[in-house]
Design a protein around this ligand. Sequence first.
Ligand SMILES: C=C(O[C@@H]1C=C(C(=O)O)C=C[C@H]1O)C(=O)O
Length: 271
Amino acid sequence: MQFLNCLPLYWGLVHSGALLDLELTKDTPDRLSDALVAGDLDIGPISLVEYLRHAGDLAVLPDLAVGSDGPVLSVVATSALPLSEVRTVALGSTSRTSVLLARMLFEQRWGLRPQYVTMPPDIPLMLREADLAVTIGDVALRATYDAERAGPGHPLRVFDLAREWREWTGLPMVFALWAARRSFAAAHPGVVKEVHEAFRSSLDAALLEVDEVARRAARFEVFDPATLARYFTTLDFRLGARQQAGILEFARRAAARGDVPPLGEIVFASV
Ligand SMILES: C=C(O[C@@H]1C=C(C(=O)O)C=C[C@H]1O)C(=O)O
């Protein structure tokens, strides 16, 4: 995914030369999700909502996710107004899960009924059309840091949607996971295992030397090394019991609203 959040996952692939014989694809999460579902990708990251819509066709790679157990810094609602005065909401077009999370929070947690419009993820443009903007990824991370740096004088309020979810449910939020199409996993178990191992060890290596990863990444990103190191260690890449409980709770609430079919169980690929 062409977001900073995946850099630790891909970091070690470059060093180890793993997966060089596979074709790697880079795109926004919404497009990668569509490609996996359509069968144009065999293994890839998938936004949680899209997983829930197609769980029957997919096998989840264990122990790999993009989420957070508390604030995530890069999934935010931004507004010049207090929430109670928000009437219109612009939802960023690269997100599937965070925009549904935002709707749940508005409607079920805060008891508000704003009008929604979907737009490309550009906060100034979104705030020209709507009272509040929901964005993910690097744009959202920038908004968090601008607000932190400016302090109380900042004209915009920034709401971290993973923090809101955690306060609401007591659980981590999982935004994306990795999955293979089940037909592919059945036909090529060795490839799924190899890809899983490559990602896992890449991630472990990156998190072990996170300051070095942040320092190098800062050379070609707008964020400084300390900011990047904090972000990489804020993200939760695990898919353990708590994260799975977070997924099941999100699935239950999303199904109750009619946004996704009910989730039976999470079927994992054997690796
Ligand atoms: C934490 C993030 O999670 C992302 C949120 C997604 C979504 O809302 O659909 C999809 C992929 C994840 O990368 C982020 O992008 O900042």
